[in-house]
Design a protein around this ligand. Structure first.
Ligand code: SF4
Length: 731
């Protein structure tokens, strides 16, 4: 990896950012008044990034008392000394002129975004009082926490101490959940996060709907660039010619919604031509004969009319995968809530990897390891009297995390019991959950909505109380003890002070616990004592961690050939080609394909994805990142453009199948997208008035996602089931 040039890395990301230039921009935009301190010279503070959840090791630099720039920490195995474009623009979060400054309480009706600034004591007393009232009237289970990222660990702790089991994150039911369930059903283990994908050693990489490089997870993109540099064969399946597709040997522009048909046909070819890893299957497979019999029907000729991919291309690409096995990695993806059959599609990807023998093998999926840093020895939490509210009677039998939309449903219906309070930490639920009207209706049933965030997002606009968190460069957060190739522990620590009244999550969570009479759940006197207690339990030095930002553990085996025992914690103890647990629960024991529904005439399937300079909907007021991209475009094929008389760069509005009309959005006419779909980058089209810069720029995919299909196995909400057409009144 060290031989990978910066230029090559940026070429893969599809974007570039210069740290020094960015720093200049930001100081003009935000002013240096937000950084306290009068020291001269340059100070260097290791920490880890929070512009997304990947947690790359970072060095923050302060010059003459003012935050200057961030770089990757060369000691860190996630960043390897290089940040991604948005991480490099991370200092913009500190200088963001629209960030929250002080606690706010709602003045009038919910959603009107009219506030009065209050003190922290006033805000926390109000919240604690409301929480106590809810507990007395409905029980502690009537409060739910929605949280995203490691910053939420302390507020989770407070809410567990309060007594609720209803703690959730959109990252399960709106993102990676189907993948983790599909792989767990097959191998007995999740793909985990960061994904255990051995991209750097893969000789063939297959991306099905994954746009690495635009979807910017730093380590993966660096490894992808390294693999390309070493000549890996890349196969990309996507209705849109992504940046990753531009690196591919084979690009398969599939009809949207038909990926499972292609995967089944690939497996048919590999089984029929006996290209699979016989030895591996012989040792580790359960139910292979039933699987092989099932797969016979899915010929490339059968798949052709479904997918639009010619039989010979299906055969050629299947043989290409087999040629490099077991160093062929069929990437499991991450945001995989697409069509409602997502767990079965993910399971099919897992089975394809199993045929190629890639699980536990170099160039496939490694076994992650972790540093053995114990949790803080807190007192035991009270045992909730009621089960979690999100999945009554195990309606979704294979969900192993809390379903956000299940909590929303319970809030709306009062079943299986009422939910009256929501705490929302660092997730803009109106952009993260499908059907924002359902979310708004649920909010109207609440006695209390508290939002903790760094910017006044759309969900903050509906809150009763908004608590301003300091940004990651201004705060301590929990230790990062990641499962990865090599064991390590990393620290997030303040590089500069928070400029106004913002506080770190650990401080907010602890104060709230004290106001709730739960102060004994925080026996440490300050956060540094918390770190020291955990680290000293395994003989690690807090001072060393502060100085280096990271402590690495000794190398451990990652592959079967290095001594990892090939164990599969499934019911059979083997890789489950045939799943008896699925059959017993009434589901297909081997994946089956169902043709996706089509939209109304004149409408196009709306696909959405990521840009390398933004994270979800949370970075659009960061002046550095918005300088690189401050609105999204709708990608339209020239055939579609002609049909609707669309012109390049013209502004239109998108109307979905339910009559919902978006903000205006610029048209990008390109052959890089199929004529039966359009594409937008997620997270734009802000309607929160406090986001002054981002307000009204681009269209919100979330607004247009009024329909969703629920995955019957685990409750994930598939969102690629919406269709849009164009309204041309804008010029
Ligand atoms: S991937 Fe980029 S934004 Fe995410 S943590 Fe790493 S550097 Fe930061």
């Amino acid at each position: 990896m060290n031989s990978l040039s910066r230029r090559k890395f940026l070429k893969i990301t599809g974007a570039a950012v210069g740290a020094a230039a960015a720093g200049t921009t930001i100081l003009k935009a935000g002013g240096s008044a937000t950084s306290k301190g009068s020291a001269t010279g340059i100070r260097r503070v290791p920490t880890y990034c929070d512009i997304c959840f990947w947690k790359c090791g970072t060095i923050g630099y302060v010059r003459d008392g003012v935050l200057w720039k961030v770089e990757g920490n060369p000691l860190d195995p996630l960043s390897k000394g290089r940040l991604c474009p948005r991480g490099t623009g991370g200092i913009g979060a500190h200088f963001d002129p629209d960030r929250l400054r002080a606690p706010l309480m709602r003045k009038k009706n919910r959603g009107e975004e009219e506030w009065v600034e209050v003190t922290w004591d006033e805000a926390l007393n109000f919240i604690a009082d409301k929480l106590q009232r809810i507990k007395i009237a409905y029980g502690p289970e009537a409060v739910a926490l929605f949280s995203h990222g490691i910053g939420g660990n302390f507020i989770k702790h407070t809410m567990k101490a309060y007594g609720t089991p209803n703690i959730s994150a959109p990252s399960f039911a709106q993102c990676r959940g189907p993948r983790d369930v599909g792989f767990r059903l097959t191998f007995g283990e999740d793909v985990s996060s960061p994904e255990r994908t051995d991209i750097r050693n893969a000789q063939c990489i297959v991306l099905v709907g994954s746009h690495l490089g635009e979807n910017m997870h730093n380590t993966q993109v660096q490894e992808f660039a390294e693999a390309i540099g070493k000549g890996a064969s890349i196969i990309v399946v996507d209705p849109r010619f992504s940046i990753a597709a531009s690196k591919a040997k084979y690009y398969l522009p599939i009809k949207p919604g038909t990926d499972l048909a292609l995967i089944l046909a690939w497996m048919h070819v590999i089984v029929r031509e006996e290209l699979y890893d016989r030895d591996y299957i012989g040792k580790y497979a359960f139910g292979f004969e039933q699987f092989a019999a099932h797969i016979q029907q899915f010929t490339p000729e059968w798949a052709y009319p479904e997918t639009g991919i010619e039989p010979e291309i299906i055969r050629t690409t299947a043989r290409e995968m087999a040629r490099y096995r077991p160093a062929t990695l069929v990437h499991p993806g991450r945001h995989v809530t697409w069509y409602g059959d997502d767990t079965q599609r993910s399971r099919a990807l897992a089975l394809l990897n199993a045929l190629l023998g890639s699980w536990g093998r170099k160039g496939g999926f490694y076994y992650p390891v972790s540093m053995d840093v114990p949790a803080y020895p807190y007192p035991p939490y009270p045992k909730p009297k009621r089960e979690m509210v999100d999945n009554p009677n195990r309606k979704y039998p294979f969900a192993h995390e809390t379903i956000t939309t299940g909590i929303r449903e319970a809030t709306l219906t009062g079943q299986p019991y009422p939910v009256k309070g929501w705490l929302v930490y660092a997730t803009n639920l109106l952009h993260a959950l499908p059907n924002e009207q359902e979310t708004v209706k649920a909010i109207q049933k609440l006695d209390l909505l508290v939002v903790i965030d760094v910017v006044p997002s759309e969900i903050a606009g509906w809150a009763d109380v908004v608590l301003p968190e300091s940004v990651y460069l201004e705060r301590f957060d929990d230790l990062n003890v990641e499962w990865f190739r090599e064991p390590f522990v990393a620290i997030r620590q303040p590089v500069v002070d928070a400029p106004y009244e913002q506080k770190p999550n650990w401080w907010i969570a602890r104060k709230l616990a004290e106001n709730l009479g739960l102060g004994h759940f925080y026996p440490w006197s300050d956060i540094e004592e918390y770190f020291k207690t955990r680290l000293s339990a395994v003989g690690l030095s807090y001072e060393e961690l502060k100085t280096r930002g990271i402590i690495l553990g000794p190398k451990q085996p990652n592959y079967f050939h290095e001594g990892v025992p090939p164990q599969f914690p499934t019911p059979s103890g083997k890789i489950e080609f045939y799943s008896r647990q699925l059959a017993q629960a009434g589901f297909d024991p081997v994946p089956m394909y169902k043709r996706p529904a089509t939209g109304p005439p004149g409408y196009y399937r709306m696909l959405y994805g990521r840009a390398p300079v933004h994270s979800f909907s949370r970075t659009h007021s960061n002046p550095i990142l918005s300088d690189m991209m401050d609105e999204n475009e709708v990608w339209v094929n020239p055939v579609t453009a002609r049909r609707h008389a669309l012109k390049k760069d013209q502004y239109v509005r998108l109307r979905n199948q339910d009559g919902i009309v978006s903000n205006r959005i610029k048209v990008k006419i390109t052959e890089r997208i199929r004529p039966d779909c359009v594409y937008v980058v997620h997270g734009f089209g802000h309607t929160a008035r406090g986001l002054r810069h981002a307000f009204g720029k681009g269209a919100s995919d979330a607004q247009l996602i009024t329909q969703y299909a629920t995955d019957p196995l685990m409750g994930g909400t598939a969102m690629n089931v919406n269709f849009v057409t164009f309204e041309l009144q804008e010029t």
